[in-house]
Write a protein that binds this ligand. Structure first.
Ligand code: G3P
Ligand code: CA
Length: 253
């Protein structure tokens, strides 16, 4: 098999703030994205999934319970009900009243702050194509053509295949936990630009394998500066971290 060359790459920075600056603000909230900007992070990563009525919200888990004062699956909750949920109190009372943002609100804020982004499509099972389609429709509408391209990532090959069709101008990142024997087939199938690997399961040899195949290597989630330095030595392109303030001084970014 011939691996296609990755598309022309954007200037993806060495440090990306994971769910915003999620060590110092509640993850995936406007407060976390503002904090990332204040700390000097040029880009953020965030997760997006659909409500019961098919609207995109920036949220990580399948259920509301861990990061809000609500309960039950996101997929069973209509958008209107999100206005009653507190997404900050669980993290720290200082953030009480913080809301679950819509994708529109997050993209508007990032554009206003001049930040770049890795949008992770996080579909519930069975809603892969719908999630990608709805989210990318919104993103196409709101993301300026002269802004850094959105890096569209997902664990879901179906979501990435939709992205390849709908937003071919934006690079795609295949998110994996570990490099499986057939990772190259998965990356080639969606014409990925980057492969996003969990730090715990990555080796220097694995990084070299991905780079040799022509893909960029992104690693999540690394909060220890020593570990980050080690990964950059291996040739990793970017690190996704909850603590951008800890890694930025090392990255020269
Ligand atoms: O996109 C990298 C990483 O965020 C994937 O894992 O669970 O933090 O969304 P998770
Ligand atoms: Ca994520």
């Amino acid at each position: 098999t011939v691996t296609p060359l990755p598309p022309a790459h954007p200037a993806v920075p060495r440090v990306i703030a994971h769910r915003g600056a999620s060590a110092s603000a509640p993850e995936n909230t406007l407060a976390a994205f503002r904090r990332a900007h204040a700390l000097g992070a040029p880009w953020v990563e965030f997760d997006v999934k659909l409500t019961a009525d098919g609207r995109p919200v920036v949220f990580h888990d399948a259920t509301l319970d861990r990061t809000t004062d609500g309960h039950g699956p996101v997929a069973d909750t209509p958008l209107a009900a999100f206005g009653d949920l507190d997404a900050g109190q669980w993290f720290d009372p200082a953030f009480a009243g913080e809301l679950v943002p819509t994708l529109e609100e997050v993209l508007d804020l990032l554009v206003e702050m001049g930040m770049g982004a890795n949008i992770e499509l996080k579909p519930d099972p069975g809603r892969e194509a719908e999630t990608a389609s709805v989210c990318l429709d919104v993103a196409r509408e709101l993301w300026p053509a002269d802004a850094p391209p959105l890096l569209v990532s997902s664990f879901s090959p179906v979501a990435l295949a939709v992205a390849r069709e709908m937003t071919p101008q934006w690079p795609r990142g295949l998110v994996l936990e570990a490099l499986t024997d057939d990772w190259q087939a998965g990356a080639a199938a969606v014409e990925a630009w980057s492969v996003h690997c969990a730090a715990e399961l990555l080796s220097a040899r694995g990084v070299a394998e991905v780079l040799d195949a022509g893909y960029r290597v992104m690693v999540y989630t690394v909060n220890d500066p020593g570990r980050a330095a080690n990964l950059w030595d291996w040739g990793v392109d970017s690190i996704i971290t909850d603590r951008p303030e800890a890694l930025l001084p090392l990255a020269g970014a």
